[in-house]
Design a protein around this ligand. Structure first.
Ligand SMILES: CC(=O)CC(=O)O
Length: 652
């Protein structure tokens, strides 16, 4: 049920000609006879020739390291294929390839703290910290964990750890003690890097008690390195093994920075599944796979160039932080922000864009939806001259969100809705700087990613809804799950539906433009009367209504069938009377089909979400069915679930 689709943007011929992906295409045409003339033919060649493609990408991305003679071993084993099995790289070495006094990191902690590091200063800080870590005994394979905001010291610590071949894992300081222990307790870190407090929505949060409790319960810790953020001289007497950042880094001449080159497929990051279905799974990503994939996504798919200024609104508990920091490998400066994106006022990120010459503005669909709801018009209040691309993720960006960006933010911009996630620390589908943007569609499938949409019979379909699958190995597949020696949890997570094929769990449609529409998570699909409905189809309709701020929809088991139940958070001063319920149902009936119309519409004051902002349909479904919700620690607002429990309206 795709509407007539409008082309909203197209790169000018000059812009397309100057894009790095064009240079890459010319190179592989000349060197390897790729015969590509546009994005789609380049994509086809890349998935048909994975060894040539990923090897060419290594060269084009200027990867620092040793490639080895073998590009791909066991090419048909999935899982099991290995890219660059003899390759050796160091992640930090690749990110610190630039030097000089130009900006490498800029930081705004809301409007409270501003910091700036040049490439040389960044390198010096990394060198000091790496030497201190090394003296502590940190080496290859050891885990360094961070309980940190998205600030420069987090990146410095990651680079110092990975320069030594250590493995990095992070979560944001709004996590509760149990949430941190559920994650870091599994991976047994040697060092914890933490702040003493953080700012959110202009308030200061002192987290020393949380840090102390975490340190107490992580027996493997040798050191807790504390970054003073909200208080320059905090009392750390309650935190075992605590030392302040400056004291730990030391004074005097900085030591020389060296890099331990590690096997390409050794661990770099440990990420965590959102964990609302049990203790979070520890997803381990490899050094080389992450590096190569991010080089591709930055340079080719987002046209990030040396000297660019890349921003993503993220915490370091979300994989978009890992994606952002790799921008250093494309020689871009990173614009970091921590805190609320709406404080001290709703335009703060646009102030940041103008003040710092932002070139890529990365954000979430929820942020765009919210700006639209509160009727901001950044194009009239800000210049935004430097911004060439905007990316959106976290949940599907609806067609009206595309309209809003072009009408109210900027007309000449590549708007790339992107999607993949923690499981691959990157994207399956994302932007193409040489292709049009069609309303409501993610532009393209990522180069080298053999993404298809399969129907229930496991047949590829176009223009029909189905499962997003990837049929061939790709380098940024997790290398394994932590504490899963036989790989059982790993296989169960991705390869159960179709052996040998990655099934991502997204309910999607491949369009005639080679673009993708995401209708929601497959496990949240509603099934009234046996008809499959993606949750995003319903959100798209109700969130257009000014009375509705946000919505969450589930299927409730009812009378041997499933009925659709819609929860709405209403705008201030609006109440859910019969007229509004009728208007909501009419909007859904006319925008979708009678099958989509909810049997029940209920008002709630809050929508539960994970700490990275994703609404948790499955947790609500469990609460409504009286089933336990595992690991509520993963939620930003677990108390919100109470409103969904034992609702009398859902018993009749
Ligand atoms: C790239 C993404 O898919 C990010 C996310 O939604 O988690």
């Amino acid at each position: 049920m795709t509407d007539a689709v409008t082309k909203l943007w197209e790169p000018s011929p000059d812009r397309a000609a100057a894009a790095q992906i064009t240079a890459f295409m010319q190179k592989v045409n000349a060197d390897s006879g790729a015969g590509a003339s546009d994005y789609d033919s380049l994509w086809q060649w890349s998935v048909d020739n994975p060894e040539v493609f990923w090897s060419a990408l290594w060269d084009f991305g200027g990867v620092v390291g040793e490639k080895g003679a073998v590009i791909l071993s066991d090419p048909t084993a999935m899982p099991g294929a290995k890219f660059f099995p003899q390759g050796k790289v160091n992640f930090a070495e690749n990110l610190l390839r630039r030097s000089g006094d130009g900006d490498a990191l800029v930081f705004w902690g809301e409007d409270q703290v501003k910091l700036r590091y040049s490439w040389d200063q960044l390198r010096e800080q990394v060198a000091r910290l790496a030497a201190a870590f090394k003296a502590e005994g940190v080496g290859p394979g050891d885990r360094v964990a961070a309980f940190m905001p998205n600030m420069p010291q987090t990146i410095i610590a990651m680079l110092a750890a990975t320069s030594l071949g250590a493995v990095w894992s992070s979560c944001s300081p709004d996590f509760g003690v149990q949430g941190v222990l559920d994650r870091f307790g599994q991976i047994e870190p040697t060092v914890l890097v933490a702040v003493e407090g953080y700012f959110y929505a202009t308030k200061t949060h002192d987290i020393r008690d949380k840090v102390a409790a975490v340190a107490e319960q992580l027996p493997t810790l040798k050191r807790v390195l504390v970054v003073p953020y909200t208080d320059a001289d905090p009392d750390l007497s309650g935190i075992r093994h605590a030392v302040l950042w400056d004291a730990y880094l030391g004074e005097g001449a900085a030591p020389e920075l060296t890099f331990t080159r590690m096997p390409f497929n050794d661990p770099l990051y440990i990420m965590f599944s959102s964990g609302t279905t049990g203790v979070p799974k520890c997803i381990v990503h490899g050094i080389g796979g992450t590096l190569l994939q991010h080089l591709k996504e930055h340079k080719l798919q987002s046209d990030v160039r040396p000297g660019d200024r890349v921003f993503y609104f993220t915490t370091c508990g979300w994989m978009m932080w890992n994606w952002l920091v790799s921008g250093l490998a494309a020689e871009a400066a990173l614009l970091l922000y921590d805190g609320s994106p709406f404080h001290p006022h709703p335009d703060i990120l646009f102030d940041y864009a103008d003040a710092e010459g932002m070139t890529l503005f990365g954000t979430s669909a929820k942020y765009i939806d919210h700006l639209k709801k509160i009727e901001r018009s950044p194009k009239t209040t800000h210049k935004l001259d430097s911004v060439r691309a905007m990316t959106s993720t976290g949940s599907p960006l609806v067609p009206e969100g595309f309209d809003y960006v072009y009408a109210e933010i900027k007309q000449d911009i590549q708007l790339a809705s992107i999607s993949g996630g923690t499981d691959i620390v990157s994207c399956f589908v994302l932007g193409s700087p040489i292709s049009p943007v069609w309303r409501g569609e993610i532009q393209k499938r990522g180069l080298g990613m053999a993404v298809e949409v399969w129907n229930d019979d496991g047949k590829p379909v176009v223009g029909e809804k189905g499962e997003l699958v990837c049929t061939k190995p790709f380098p940024c597949m997790p290398i394994y799950f932590w504490n899963d020696p036989e790989g059982e949890k790993f296989r169960a997570a991705y390869f159960e539906a179709w052996p040998g094929v990655w099934c991502h769990g997204d309910y999607v449609e491949l369009t005639e433009h080679g673009g993708m529409i995401i209708y929601g998570r497959s496990d949240a699909v509603l099934n009234p009367g046996g008809v499959r409905i993606g949750t995003a189809e319903i959100y798209r309709q109700v969130e257009q209504m000014p009375q509705v701020m946000e919505a969450l929809v589930i299927g409730q088991d009812w009378d041997n069938d499933v009925r659709v139940v819609l929860f709405v958070r209403l705008a201030e001063g609006v109440s859910l009377d019969d007229d509004l319920i009728k208007a909501i149902k009419t909007k859904i009936r006319t925008g979708c089909t009678p099958r989509h119309v909810p049997a029940k519409v209920l008002a709630v004051s809050d929508i539960p979400r994970t700490k990275s902002g994703k609404i948790v349909e499955l947790a609500v479904r469990n609460v409504v069915h009286g089933r336990p919700v595992k690991n509520v620690e993963a939620l930003a607002n677990p108390e919100a679930l109470d409103e969904y429990r034992d609702r009398a309206e859902l018993a009749e």
